[in-house]
Design a protein. Structure first.
Length: 344
């Protein structure tokens, strides 16, 4: 059987033996009654790391994003985000379905908006009938290839949003990737927004889980919405223990994923593919192709699995479990499948 290098997504990470041990040793209680000590410890630690007063542990980052939209907005309002932001493209219309929001996507560069774009969007809004309520920012930005918003740029957009009286939500599913890549603590990004989410089941390697952080009063309202979105998780400490373990041991190791992604990008560029290694800022390698479905099929035939990034682009994603040998193998197989010549 052909060996397969699977670079489809960092959601393919698996719990480590140390995580399994942490799960087995976790002290638990009823999460609904706020009596699970491991969940409580995670929420307190996550809030500090993200620059906020409180945090809420949830099963997924999509649920966390959707609860944030609910508590920050009113039905019939408008949400503004870069046009390929996760909440607009990958959350099944949840902004409209769950919160009654009208969404407006704006074109960005590397996933970023500008303060001037917010000015224009607010000026164009039908304020009496469809007021702009919220700006959603994404760090790192998935569809641009895991690009990092520079802190000053993110701060400028958040500040302009506040000048217009808008709430700000930061979808920080891969916020720790941005923090490690930039050397800037996650709290410096997180405190710019009214609410911020982080996902534990991507590069941090947990089986599931996310947190939503914000002011204490906002998180109290988020607790209510959690029940409306599905209810209690009971003895959730067995999973929260993996997140605490990840925060202790897996954040700094994200730099290894970034280094491997950069090496892969360099291999592909050297082999003649139109890949820009400088744009590989975290754990994504973006590869432009003419035919996404056909390219994925050819890649699978060669023994390497990638996924789509956005129309006309593939992504290769490094994560916990992808080793140096996998990168070297992919650096040969991807150009072979896509028709470029590998240098001798």
């Amino acid at each position: 059987m052909r060996a397969v290098v699977d670079l489809r997504s960092d959601t393919l990470t698996k719990p480590t033996p140390a995580m399994h041990a942490a799960m087995a040793a976790a002290e638990v209680g009823d999460e609904q009654l706020r009596e699970d000590p491991t969940v409580n410890a995670l929420q307190e630690r996550a809030a500090r790391l993200l620059g906020h007063e409180a945090a809420l542990f949830l099963p997924t980052a999509t649920m966390a994003n959707q609860i944030a939209l609910r508590v920050l907005t009113r039905r019939g309002g408008e949400l503004i985000a870069e046009e390929r932001t996760h909440v607009l493209v990958y959350e099944s219309g949840g902004a409209a379905l769950n919160s009654g929001l009208i969404t407006r996507g704006l074109p960005g560069i590397a996933g970023r908006l500008t303060p001037e774009q917010l000015d224009d969007a607010v000026a164009a809004a039908d304020v009496p009938l469809q007021p702009v309520e919220l700006v959603v920012l994404e760090q790192t930005h998935r569809s641009s290839g895991g690009r990092v918003w520079p802190l000053d740029d993110l701060a400028a957009v958040a500040a302009r949003a506040r000048e217009h009286g808008l709430a700000v939500h930061l979808d920080g599913a891969r916020l720790f990737n941005a923090s490690v890549a930039s050397g800037i603590p996650a709290a410096e990004y997180g405190c710019l927004a009214d609410t911020v989410t982080v996902c534990f089941s991507k590069g941090l390697g947990c089986p599931l889980g996310a947190v939503l952080a914000g002011p204490a009063e906002t998180i109290e309202r988020a607790w209510v919405e959690k029940f409306r979105f599905g209810g209690a998780m009971r003895q959730a400490g067995v999973v929260a223990a993996t997140a605490l373990h990840a925060l202790e041991y897996h954040v700094e190791r994200l730099a290894e994923d970034h280094a491997r992604a950069r090496r892969l990008a360099e291999h592909l560029a050297d082999a003649g593919l139109p890949v820009d290694p400088e744009a590989t800022e975290t754990n994504f390698v973006a590869i432009p192709v003419d035919d996404v479905p056909g390219s994925l099929e050819r890649l699978a035939d060669e023994g390497v699995l990638l996924s789509d990034l956005k129309p006309g682009w593939l992504r290769a994603v490094t994560y916990l479990g992808v080793e140096d040998d996998d990168v070297e193998q992919a650096g040969t197989l991807i150009p072979r499948a896509l028709g470029a010549l590998v240098r001798a």
